[in-house]
Design a protein around this ligand. Structure first.
Ligand code: PMV
Length: 332
């Protein structure tokens, strides 16, 4: 028989100061704080329906049965929720994305945020948003930030905290109101060759630049918070671009190296530098994939997107600040 169910929607977020490196793989505790903007594009909608007839969870992603690593991660995540709820039913999970998966467009952030909200509701756990962000973190680190809309800070928590799980959560930066737009340039939308999880592990273990990366990122979080508070878009853009380039340097110096950026990504980066030289303020950020996201003022977004399309030949989608995860429907 079918049991309780729920539907939730969450949006991806793009980090202005990145999370890259875990100090605990099981609890997904990051080495540093990170700071992001939740977007208003590419939402994920997830329906979780409990059933006492199946012996395994059944997961459909965009109509296809999820297998392998993704299916294993979702079941492990549902196990955490079942244990907390003291329940044993299996779940049928159906997820619809509007973004290509595994291409560094933050689909795991929106995916695990929507799943955290829908599954906790279906299993009868009612968590307030900060607690939900701690839980979403266990699915995919960056998902902790997609629980909230706007600018969001994810606290790493002190490593000597008696309860490190409790200490690592996301919260919205209530006083940050900068009119920032993000133009996502879709360089490639196929799945990436190396998962971000593997790339992160390899970088932390082998890149000689990793310790410096952590120290720089800690300073970048503080400077970014200050720049957001004074609505200083140039400093926000400069820190974000520098931080993303630093992230990619750590990957490229890992053994073996992880190279996500393609010749087209580099051409887009060149185009962004060129726009700046011509007096059009724009800055780039990149995650674990070849796609380039370009930050600019809200009023410049359409012009920046138009120039990027012309210059790269790629599709470019304009995003603004978006909402946190919401519950759409309860099924009882
Ligand atoms: O949440 P994960 O494990 O997919 O890691 C995401 C890491 C980056 O996107 C590269 C950076 C970030 O802070 O989102």
């Amino acid at each position: 028989m079918l049991g309780d169910g729920a539907v939730a929607v969450a949006h991806p977020n793009i980090a202005l100061v990145k999370y890259w490196g875990k100090r605990d793989e099981r609890l997904i505790l990051p080495c540093t704080d990170s700071l992001s903007m939740t977007l208003d594009i590419f939402p994920t909608t997830t329906h979780v329906q409990l059933t006492d007839q199946n012996t395994q969870d059944a997961v459909l992603t965009d109509g296809a049965v999820a297998r392998g690593e993704m299916a294993r991660r979702i079941t492990a995540f549902l196990d955490v929720i079942r244990e907390r709820a003291g329940r044993t039913e299996r779940a049928m999970v159906e997820t619809r994305n509007t973004v290509p998966l595994g291409a560094g467009l933050a689909s795991s952030a929106s995916g695990f945020a929507a799943l955290a909200l829908a599954a906790t509701d279906a299993y009868g756990l009612s968590l307030e948003p900060v607690a939900l962000s701690r839980l979403a973190r266990r699915g995919s680190g960056s998902a902790a930030r997609s629980i909230f809309g706007g600018f969001v800070l994810w606290h790493s928590g002190a490593s000597d905290d008696p309860d490190p799980d409790l200490a690592s959560y996301a919260e919205p930066l209530a006083h940050a109101h900068l009119d920032l737009a993000l133009v996502a340039v879709l360089v490639e939308t196929g799945p990436k060759p190396v998962s971000s999880r593997e790339a992160m592990r390899r970088t932390a273990m082998t890149s000689p630049l990793f310790p410096d990366w952590l120290a720089t990122t800690r300073g970048d979080v503080t400077a970014m918070r200050e720049a957001l508070a004074r609505e200083d878009i140039a400093t926000v853009g400069e820190i974000a671009e520098r931080n993303a380039l630093g992230l990619h340097r750590t990957m490229e110096t890992a053994v073996p190296p992880v190279r996500y950026l393609t010749p087209t990504s580099h051409r887009v980066l060149e185009g962004v530098r060129d726009m700046r030289a011509r007096g059009l303020p724009a800055w780039a950020t990149m995650d674990a994939g070849p796609n380039v996201k370009v930050l600019c003022g809200g009023g410049d977004a359409q012009r920046v997107a138009g120039e990027l399309r012309k210059q790269s030949g790629c599709a470019a989608v304009v995003a603004r600040s978006g909402p946190g995860a919401v519950l759409r429907k309860k099924v009882r």
